[in-house]
Design a protein around this ligand. Structure first.
Ligand code: S3P
Length: 434
């Protein structure tokens, strides 16, 4: 394994916060300036969908002093009902967040719209989107399989809702909140298992943490939203790949600057620290309501095998599970996951994708409906394997790190898909390699 060293100031801006900043900007009255917007394909899909739905969106690329390109997005809107009937189906490409959160907004607009995506997104579950919006009075139709196209006949007369989230999904929570902003009165979302809370923070929504651990989110509808500037911190889910690289690398030390440390996003750091990983957090401060800081990673030769089954932990590390599984498999030969059926509904079936690729690399695995176990690696299969990326950025990046750990020239079926969330992924690895 190579040595990786250096300071990283070019992690991609957070994907979840970039989406929300653009969507909230489109609902706010006035001019919203977003500093450090993500150039990832998913976030660019949100901008193009907003434009196709009548919102004024400008994007500038600026040269940062250190040679990086940073994006500044400016959105002009007159508030909650500034959208116009689109003349084309709204193409969300690979982005589930774009499709689902836009559905919440479009349900409240008095016209017909249609949301479509690439082959991966057209297979993902959308009944979880249609159910609450139908309860609020919107007319939504899906394919017979409960997938996109999502055809919305929106209404200005959406009803308020009290909604118990049936799955721990920040996208579903957010789309209900965005729809409820348009309803005439107060809505409540009940969240038994915590998911990322950027929407609540960025909209300044009232939240109540009940003694039983359940969170309630209160949304007062039809209140004007004043435009305000956003600055997007670096993406902790992208940081996870560089952390795995630093932990697996020999004599490595990598410092990741200005990373979003929102507790609903960095549960994976706790999981890794409990397993003995050499990780430090420094320079923590608050920026725009989000904790932000630096992460210091050092090579770790004594990681304990990761075993994850608690529902709350699974929800907290949902996007990092492919990388955690690959990291644990390479570092220890073992990994165990339960209560994670949601992983099958992501950009790919991530249980099948991780297991099938680990098996190609010689690991012995067993799959369950809601998880899998890696039991060891009886045979080393270094050179021949071609990794199947399944149109999934996190699978491509997890196994690109595996290729580094294996010291092998593994081939990825589609390495460009990393650009969905991390356009400079491969060049950043090369820049850290000593
Ligand atoms: C996201 C929520 C998660 C996550 C996705 C981004 C968000 O999806 O997997 O990458 O920004 O709200 P679910 O809400 O489906 O769990």
């Amino acid at each position: 394994m190579s040595v990786f060293q250096g300071e990283v100031t070019s992690l991609p801006p957070d994907k979840s916060i970039s989406h929300r900043a653009a969507l909230i900007g489109a609902l706010a009255e006035g001019t919203t300036e977003i500093a450090n917007f993500s150039g990832g394909f998913d976030n660019q899909s949100t901008l193009s969908v907003l434009r196709d739905a009548g919102i004024s969106v400008r994007q500038e690329e600026l040269a940062a002093g250190d040679g990086r390109i940073v994006r500044r997005v400016v959105i002009e809107s007159n508030g909650l009902w500034s959208f116009r009937e689109p003349s084309v189906p709204l193409m969300c490409n690979n982005s589930g967040s774009t499709m689902r959160m836009m559905a919440g907004i479009l349900a409240a607009q008095p016209f017909r719209s249609e949301l479509v995506g690439d082959a991966s997104l057209m297979k993902r579950p959308m009944k979880r989107v249609a159910d609450p919006l139908r309860m609020m009075g919107a007319d939504i139709s899906l394919s017979s399989a409960g997938t996109a196209p999502v055809v919305i006949n929106g209404t200005k007369e959406l009803k308020t809702i009290e909604y118990l989230l049936p799955v721990p999904s920040a996208q579903v929570k957010s789309l209900v909140a965005l729809a409820a902003l348009h309803a005439d009165g107060q809505s409540k979302i009940i969240e038994p298992i915590r998911s990322r809370d950027h929407t609540e923070l960025m909209l300044g929504l009232e939240t109540i943490d009940r003694p039983d651990g359940v969170r309630e989110i209160i949304i007062d509808g039809r209140k004007p939203i004043a435009a305000k500037p956003f600055k997007v911190p670096a993406d902790p889910s992208a940081a996870c790949f560089m952390i795995a690289l630093g932990l697996l690398g020999e004599r490595s030390e990598v410092v990741l600057r200005d990373v979003c440390l929102n507790p609903t996003r960095v549960a994976y750091i706790d999981v890794l620290q409990e397993a003995g990983a050499g990780l430090g957090i420094e320079n923590v401060r608050s920026e725009g309501g989000e904790p932000v800081g630096d992460i210091v990673v050092r090579s770790c030769s004594s990681l304990a095998p990761l075993r994850i089954s608690d529902h709350g932990v699974v929800a907290g590390v949902i996007d990092e599970l492919p990388m955690l599984a690959v990291l644990s498999a390479f570092a220890t030969g073992e990994f165990e996951l339960h209560n994670a059926a949601e992983l099958r509904t992501k950009e790919s079936d991530r249980i099948e994708a991780v297991v099938s690729n680990l098996e190609r690399l010689g690991f012995e695995c067993e799959q369950y409906p809601d998880g899998f176990v890696v039991k060891g690696r009886p045979t080393i299969n270094r050179e021949e394997a071609v990794i199947e990326c399944f149109d999934d950025h996190r699978i491509a990046m997890s196994f690109a790190i595996a290729a580094e750990a294996a010291g092998a020239s593994l081939r990825l079926s589609d390495r460009e898909v990393a650009g969905v969330s991390f356009p400079n992924f491969f060049s950043l690895i090369d820049s850290l390699r000593q």
